[in-house]
Design a protein around this ligand. Structure first.
Ligand code: THU
Length: 160
């Protein structure tokens, strides 16, 4: 038996103003996107903003359905829309903001497993890490690459 240890790095900031200007702008876009969420069932509004290498920002939000499993998270709505608009432009970063009836969540919202997998595919597709910026009311967490959120991932090379 041997033990394998993997290092996960999370950068924490106490305010949006401690981030570089481009990332502040991206978080503003994810906040705004959350306002247009269609989430009548969970009443949990999530917005995501994707920054592309051409500096374009594409946003999305969670879209729910009375058949709950047909809903889609904000991250994948934004990511797939960005990829469908600009199929050859790499994704540099994604910012996510969530709010409930009390406003922006205290804890930064974490992407679900399916969104982490989709983000991983994006890294493989464009051969570059995606920076993930998650907003909470009192702190912002930044993950420099999906490996920090999804270690030991299933990737195309897993197919053999
Ligand atoms: N949701 C997202 O859009 N992104 C996340 O990172 C977590 C969850 C959505 C799915 C569903 O519409 C609602 O939030 C409650 O789970």
């Amino acid at each position: 038996m041997r033990t394998i240890e993997k290092r996960i790095i999370v950068y924490e900031y106490s305010t949006i103003w401690d981030l570089p200007a481009a990332e502040q702008k991206l978080l503003m876009a994810s906040r705004e996107a959350a306002l247009n969420s269609y989430s009548p069932y969970s009443k949990f509004n999530v917005g995501a903003a994707v920054l592309l290498d051409n500096n374009e920002i594409i946003t999305g939000n969670n879209q729910e359905n009375a058949a709950f499993s047909e809903s889609l998270c904000a991250e994948r709505v934004a990511l797939f829309y960005a990829n469908s608009c600009y199929k050859d432009i790499p994704v540099r970063a994604i910012a996510v903001t969530a709010s409930n009836s009390q406003g922006i969540t205290h804890e930064p919202v974490k992407p679900c497993g399916s969104c982490r997998q989709a983000l991983m595919e994006t890294e493989v597709r464009f051969n570059q890490p995606v920076r993930i910026i998650l907003e909470g009311r009192n702190k912002i967490q930044v993950f420099d690459g999906v490996d920090n959120l999804l270690p030991f991932a299933f990737k195309p090379d897993s197919l053999g």
